[in-house]
Design a protein around this ligand. Sequence first.
Ligand SMILES: Nc1nc2c(c(=O)[nH]1)N[C@H]1C(S)=C(S)[C@@H](COP(=O)(O)OP(=O)(O)OC[C@H]3O[C@@H](n4cnc5c(N)ncnc54)[C@H](O)[C@@H]3O)O[C@H]1N2
Ligand code: MOO
Length: 384
Amino acid sequence: MTELPWPEARARAHQAAEPLPAIELPLREALGRVLAGDLVALADLPPFDAAAMDGYAVSGPGPWRVTQRIMAGGEPSAPLAKGQAAEVATGSPLAPGTECVLPYEDAERIDGLVYGELKPGLHVRRAGEDYRAGTVLVPAGSPVSPVVLGLAASAGYDRIRVRPRPTVAALVTGNELVDSGLPTGTRVRDAIGPMLPGLVSAFGGEMASVRQVSDNPAELRDALAESAEQAHVVVICGASSAGPADYLREVLAGLGGRPLISSVACRPGHPQSLSLLPDGVPVVGLPGNPFAALVAVMTLLEPLLARLTGQPLAVLPRCRFEGYVRFDPHRTRLVPVMLGSEVARPAGHTRPGLLWGAALADALAAIPPAWDGHSPVPLLRLPR
Ligand SMILES: Nc1nc2c(c(=O)[nH]1)N[C@H]1C(S)=C(S)[C@@H](COP(=O)(O)OP(=O)(O)OC[C@H]3O[C@@H](n4cnc5c(N)ncnc54)[C@H](O)[C@@H]3O)O[C@H]1N2
Ligand code: MOO
C-alpha cells in the first residue's frame, strides 16, 4: 500500500469537506468560533472629529478665549472662531473651525485666556481616519478572539456570522479496553477516548459522543452508520492495521465508503486513514496506539475541522530542532518537543503506544524525510 507524504495528507484532509453553512450569533456567544464572512466596517471610525487629549481645542493664533466646554458624548454649542478655545476631554467632539488640541500640559490659562503654541492637526482624531465604512477589518476564516469581539462591538455589530462547530462522534474499538479503574490481566485502559474531546474542542469542533464498540464487524458497521447520521465527522480508534481484528477497511467498503487516504508516510501513525461515506460524511481512522492516534488527530482531523469551520490550512511555524532523532529517508517523523525561546528539544518518552512524551510537550515537531539536520522544522502546537 502506498503511503501518502505527510504534508499531502494534511492538504488532502483539508480538501475533503466543505465549510458548514454559516449561522448568526450574538457577540457574547461567538467567542472561539470562526468568521463566516469578512468583518466589514459598517461606518467610518471615528464617526466625528474628536479630541485625542484632555485640554483646549483652539482656532487661529493664540492667545485664545475659552468660549465653551465640550464633554465626551456632548455637542459643541457653536463653531470656533479664530482666537477662541473650547475646553475638551479625550473623545469630545470638536467644533467646526478647530485647528488643534493643546493638552493641559502644553497650555497656560490666565484669566479666561489660554496661552500656548498652535500646532495645526495635533491631537485631533479626524472623522474616518482609522477606517472608512466598507473596509474589511478582519477576513473571513479568522478565529473570533476576544479582541475581534471588541473590534466588532466598536464597529457597531450586535451579531456576527460564524461557522457552527462541527460535531464529532468517536467509536473506540478493542475488546481489551476498559474505561475505568486499573486494568487487570491483559486489559488496557482506553487512553484515546479521554483525550479526544479536548482536542476536538481546541480545533473548533464539539464532541458529540465517545462510544466503545467491541471487535465485531457487524457491530462496528451499525455503530458507524448510526454515528454518521448524528455527527458531521466520525472518528474510529483502532482496527486500522493488519491484525485479525482490524476490519475497518472492510466495514467502510461495505458501507460504500470512498478511501481518500489509506496510510500516511509518517512515524508513528502510518495506519491512519480518511474515507468519505456516500452521503459525504468523513470517517477518520486513528491507529490504536495512543501516541499514533494523537499524530493522526493532528495530521487529519485538525485540517478537516479547520475546513469545516471555513479556516485555511494552517501554515506551520518552524523552529530550530536540537537533539537526537531517528533518521528516516522516506517518512516524516513526529517528535514531541518542548519549546525554548528559539529552539525545540525532544521531550523524550516517544513510543507509539505511550502518551508520556506528548503530555510533557508543547508541540510535535514534524521532521521531514531526509532532513538535513539543521533546517528549521515545522511545528504542530499541542492544545493545553
Ligand atoms: N502486520 C502489521 N502489524 C501492525 C502494523 C502493520 O503495519 N503491519 N502497524 C502497527 C502500527 S504502526 C500500529 S499504530 C498498530 C495499529 O493498530 P490498530 O489501529 O489496528 O489498533 P489495535 O490493533 O486495536 O491496537 C494497537 C495497540 O494499541 C492499543 N490500543 C488500541 N486502542 C487503544 C485505546 N483506545 N487506548 C489505549 N490503547 C489502545 C492496543 O491495545 C494495542 O496494544 O498496529 C501495528 N501492527
Ligand atoms: O502508527 Mo503505529 O505508529 O507506529 O504504532
